[in-house]
Design a protein around this ligand. Structure first.
Ligand SMILES: NC(=O)c1ccc[n+]([C@@H]2O[C@H](COP(=O)([O-])OP(=O)(O)OC[C@H]3O[C@@H](n4cnc5c(N)ncnc54)[C@H](O)[C@@H]3O)[C@@H](O)[C@H]2O)c1
Length: 253
C-alpha cells in the first residue's frame, strides 16, 4: 500500500553524508525506499555510509569539497547527468566555529557562510533546473537553533545559520512556482562528531549544565533524520518556507 510518508523511488542528494546527521539521514532515507546520493569529502567515510545503507536501493557516493564554490555548479550538474531527476535534497554539510567576536577574522565569516549556506544555494540553483528536477521535489537545509537564539561565541556560526533560515522564506516563494518545497530544520544539541569536539572544550560542569538545559536531554541524529524523512515525503506537500525547530524543548523555555 502506498504511504505518503515513505520515500520510495525518490532520488535524494545528501551533503555531509560522511558523518553525523548527514550520515544518519542517508541511512534512514535508504531504509524508507529512497535512492541516496552521498556527497562528502572523505571517500572512506562515504563508503562506510554506503555500507550502512539499505542494499535494495541505489546508493552512490561522490567526493566533493565546498571550499571551492566556483566549481560546484558544474560538479553538481555532472552528478545529476549521472543520477537522473532529483526529488530531494538534504544539506547537512556544515562547519562550526566558537570564537568571541573580537577574535573572529573576515575569513572565519566567509568560510562559515560559504560551507554552511552558499554551497546549498549553488546546489539548489542547479538541481531546481527543469532539466534536473524531479516531480514534487523537496529540499531541507539543516540550520541550527543558533538561527533563533543567542549563545556566547557563536556570532559567525549563528549568522551563517540565520542566513539559511531567512533565505528559505524568500526562496520558497520562487521555488513554489516550480512545485518545489524548501524548509530548514534547526536542531538543538545532537551528539555527533562536530558536537562531541565542541563539548571537549567544555568543563565537566559546563557539559552537565548544557545537558540539563535541554528538557528532553541531548538529541540523537535520528531525531533529525525522522523529521527530514517527513519533510522530503509527499506527506509534506503543503509545508514550505519554514524553520522547524527540533531541540528537546530548549526554545520552549
Ligand atoms: N550536532 C549538533 O548538535 C548540531 C546542532 C545544530 C546544527 N547542526 C548542523 O547539522 C549539520 C551536520 O552537523 P553534524 O553535527 O552532523 O557534524 P559533522 O561534523 O558530523 O558533519 C558535518 C559534515 O559536513 C561536512 N563538511 C564540512 N566541511 C565541508 C566542506 N568544505 N565540503 C564538503 N563537506 C563538508 C563534513 O565532511 C561532515 O560530513 C551542520 O550543518 C551543523 O551545523 C548540528
Amino acid at each position: 500500500m502506498h504511504s505518503p510518508f515513505k520515500l520510495i523511488n525518490k532520488n535524494i542528494l545528501v551533503t555531509g553524508a560522511s558523518s553525523g546527521i548527514g550520515r544518519q539521514c542517508a541511512i534512514d532515507f535508504s531504509f524508507n525506499g529512497a535512492n541516496v546520493f552521498l556527497l562528502g569529502r572523505n571517500v572512506e567515510e562515504l563508503k562506510r555510509t554506503k555500507e550502512l545503507c539499505a542494499q535494495d536501493v541505489t546508493i552512490k557516493y561522490f567526493s566533493i569539497d565546498f571550499s571551492d564554490l566556483g566549481l560546484l555548479s558544474n560538479e553538481i550538474a555532472s552528478i545529476c547527468d549521472e543520477i537522473g531527476p532529483v526529488h530531494g535534497f538534504l544539506h547537512a554539510a556544515g562547519i562550526e566555529k566558537s570564537l568571541p567576536y573580537q577574535h573572529l577574522k573576515i575569513d572565519d565569516y566567509q568560510c562559515l557562510y560559504d560551507v554552511n549556506f552558499v554551497s546549498a544555494m549553488e546546489i539548489i540553483k542547479t538541481i531546481s533546473n527543469k532539466q534536473y528536477r524531479g516531480d514534487k521535489a523537496k529540499y531541507v537545509l539543516v540550520s541550527s537553533i543558533a538561527s533563533v537564539i543567542g549563545r556566547l561565541s557563536l556570532t559567525a556560526y549563528a549568522a551563517s545559520k540565520g542566513a539559511m533560515a531567512s533565505a528559505v522564506k524568500s526562496l520558497s516563494l520562487e521555488l513554489a512556482k516550480k512545485g518545489i518545497c524548501i524548509n530548514c530544520i534547526s536542531p538543538g544539541t545532537i551528539l555527533t562528531p562536530m558536537m562531541i569536539k565542541m563539548m571537549d572544550a567544555l568543563t565537566e560542569e559546563q557539559r552537565t549544565a548544557r545537558k540539563e538545559s535541554f528538557p528532553l536531554g541531548f538529541g540523537e541524529p535520528s531525531d533529525i533524520s525522522y523529521a527530514a524523512i517527513f519533510l522530503l515525503s509527499d506527506a509534506a506537500r503543503w509545508i514550505t518556507g519554514q524553520n522547524i525547530i527540533i531541540d528537546g524543548g530548549y526554545t520552549a523555555q
